[in-house]
Ligand binder design. Structure first.
Ligand SMILES: [Ca+2]
Ligand SMILES: [Ca+2]
Length: 310
């Protein structure tokens, strides 16, 4: 009898313990659910705020096209957007939004590596090699990137990589053999590593079709890539000459520094910009990117939006 009662007691204690664990676990799940709901709500609010900033930026770029005939770093769009608080003093949710606009034509356009027929453009290939060297990176990546976007399946020589290489990787993949819409694709290039990509990415863009370089906004290494004989002193001279308001006469300034076929591809205006917005709502942070295309008539349209890490 005593023995049986003992068993009953132990069973009761076990059931109690189980119920307690179950309750605790339910409460934990509930609080996780609640947290998940808040996070997805805040994330949605952050994206809406970023879209609001984007439409504001469209009007800035539209207005810029009306007000000026060139694009340079002294213009309103080039200044960092002010940090704006989200939510008033009494609101329980606090956050802020800030961002910047960058001229993508101040960068080397990866899609310039091929012509309209999808064949490698030798002069762009050499320019990309010079950019890699100016950045202290391996110039072999120029030929490997050219193979990535060129239409054929013949690996370039001496530097190249086509599907014969990529299909041997684990997991295997194929090169697109066409122009790309995101420079992050270059992470897949044969031999590419994060350290190289981190140095390269701020100086390259992937724009729809071939574009000219806006020398008013180009980085030092991009200016240096314009000619094999361009020295660091030349680049420093150019940067100090252009100051914040850009070059007054690019033909005159560059004709002695670059070859005539490169001179033809230089510009002092831009059609492509990238907006980066960082929004914080409570503990949720969202980084929003939008590539903006401005037409000859001054209309501005978002052509590629993405969310990324800060
Ligand atoms: Ca302008
Ligand atoms: Ca190819």
């Amino acid at each position: 009898m005593i023995r049986q009662r003992g068993v009953a007691l132990i069973t009761a204690m076990l059931i109690m313990a189980l119920i307690t664990t179950l309750t605790f676990s339910l409460e934990w799940d509930n609080s996780l659910d609640l947290r998940r709901t808040y996070v997805s709500m805040y994330r949605e609010e952050a994206i809406q705020a970023a879209l609001g900033a984007e439409s504001w930026v469209l009007t800035i770029l539209r207005q810029d096209a009306e007000d000026s005939s060139t694009d340079h770093l002294g213009e309103i769009w080039a200044s960092e957007l002010p940090v704006l608080p989200l939510g008033g003093p009494g609101d329980s949710i606090q956050g802020e939004i800030y961002g910047e606009i960058e001229d993508l034509q101040g960068r080397f356009n990866i899609n310039n590596l091929v012509d309209a027929k999808g064949e490698v453009d030798q002069s762009a290939l050499e320019q990309f090699q010079r950019l890699l060297i100016a950045l202290g990176l391996d110039p072999r990546f120029a030929g490997i990137a050219a193979d990535w976007v060129d239409a054929d399946e013949n690996a370039g020589f001496p530097d190249g990589a086509e599907d014969a290489i990529y299909t041997g990787f684990a997991p295997p993949y194929r090169s697109p053999n066409q122009i790309i819409s995101s420079t992050s694709e270059l992470a897949a290039l044969d031999g590419m590593d994060k350290a190289t990509l981190d140095v390269l990415l701020p100086h390259i863009a992937a724009l729809p079709g071939r574009t000219s370089v806006n020398v008013n906004t180009a980085s030092g290494p991009v200016l240096q890539s314009l000619d094999a004989d361009m020295t660091l002193a030349d680049v420093e001279g150019l940067l100090s000459q252009r100051g914040e308001s850009g070059f007054t006469d690019i033909q005159n300034t560059f004709s002695a520094l670059v070859k005539p076929e490169v001179l033809n591809q230089l510009a002092e205006t831009s059609d492509y910009f990238r907006l980066k917005v960082i929004v914080r709502v409570d503990t949720v942070r969202v980084t929003f990117y939008s590539v903006l295309e401005r037409s000859a008539q001054g209309d501005v349209t978002p052509i590629l939006r993405s969310l990324g890490a800060t």
